[in-house]
Design a protein. Structure first.
Length: 343
């Protein structure tokens, strides 16, 4: 004997198993993918409305110069995320990049205190030190098998400890000719620091998005099973992303020394926050809402512009950091929700 269900009854009546309305689904998808970026632009519009100085040419160039080292390390983090996957917990991450940049900054500053010192020798020494940190990360993640977030956090803490011992927690002033050139030099009206960052971004974009190596990195990040089936050396490719990220830390160190006329304790703290925020908010610039090299660079510009806007609106530094922390939670939460939806 068959049993008929009367109209208006059954699971759908109580919302159990009922399909989501298309309008709500589209709105949720839009907010998950573009919401953080939308909040950024709303905040910037508010800051500009409250302080006319935000939209001046001077502030624009100042923000671009300030964004230069952030963009370089954000692109370094983007490389690791692309290779390890965008999951906020188990995916690719390298929290040690600001620590490596701080170490390279210290090494550069110590050597360039001598006006006759060779910039290239000092940079090579700083680069080798940063690459050593990248190699440690590569071994811990790709060989030992530690979680990237735990491995790189441990490396970050260790490097910062070494920095404090070497610097004795003191500022080191630098007035070397090469640093003055990066700080004050211009080409066609564009600050030298911005040009250096732009060159690095373009080179990394070509490497990650226009070469076979870049395609391999993206394959590993997209699906390691597929990468293994394709015959790729997953561990070697994954390790290379940490080494490349460490190299960006050394380049960022040059910009940091030039901008700050030396090395100061605690430079890594704010760089870490800005790097993470820029990298993940920059994903909203891509069509598929994934981390990319250009997106990370654009995210760095947004972060620097927001920071300057808050300062021009006379917001205290502690509140600036609070805003950034809240935005990081928002961006990472949106990424987690998107990854859940994909599954």
């Amino acid at each position: 004997m068959s049993v008929r269900t009367s109209a208006g009854t059954g699971p759908a009546q109580h919302g159990l198993g009922a399909p989501a309305r298309p309008g709500l689904t589209a709105a949720r998808r839009f907010l998950t993918r573009r919401g953080p970026l939308l909040i950024f632009f709303v905040l910037l519009a508010y800051l500009a409305a409250n302080s006319p100085a935000v939209l001046t040419t001077n502030n624009l160039w100042s923000s671009l110069t300030q964004a230069a080292p952030i963009a370089v390390v954000a692109c370094g983090l983007a490389i690791v995320v692309i290779g390890g996957g965008g999951d906020a917990i188990s995916g690719g991450i390298d929290l040690s990049i600001p620590g490596s940049a701080a170490m390279a900054t210290l090494i550069l500053s110590l050597q360039l205190q001598d006006p006759n010192a060779s910039f290239w020798l000092a940079f090579l020494t700083a680069l080798l030190a940063a690459l050593a940190v990248g190699l440690v990360n590569a071994v811990l993640v790709s060989v030992v098998g530690l979680s990237p977030i735990l491995a790189t956090l441990a490396t970050y803490v260790s490097v910062i400890g070494i920095n404090r011992v070497l610097s004795q927690n003191k500022r080191i002033n630098v007035s070397h000719e090469s640093m003055l050139l990066v700080r004050d030099g211009k080409l066609l009206g564009i600050p030298a620091a911005v040009i250096v960052a732009l060159v690095v971004v373009i080179l990394l974009w070509l490497l990650l998005h226009r070469t076979r190596f870049g395609a391999h990195v993206q394959t590993v990040g997209g699906s390691r099973d597929a990468a293994v089936s394709a015959g790729l050396s997953v561990n070697r490719i994954l390790a290379s992303t940490y080494v490349l990220a460490a190299a960006t830390a050394a380049v960022a160190a040059v910009l940091l020394v030039a901008r700050g006329s030396g090395s100061s304790p605690g430079i890594d703290d704010r760089l870490l926050v800005d790097m993470v925020l820029a990298t993940f908010v920059g994903a909203a610039f891509s069509a598929r809402n994934v981390v990319t090299i250009p997106g990370a660079a654009l995210g760095a510009v947004l972060v620097a512009f927001m920071s300057n806007g808050l300062i021009l609106n006379r917001v205290q530094n502690s509140w600036v950091d609070g805003w950034k922390g809240a935005l990081i939670l928002l961006v990472v939460s949106a990424a987690a929700l998107q990854n859940r939806d994909r599954k």
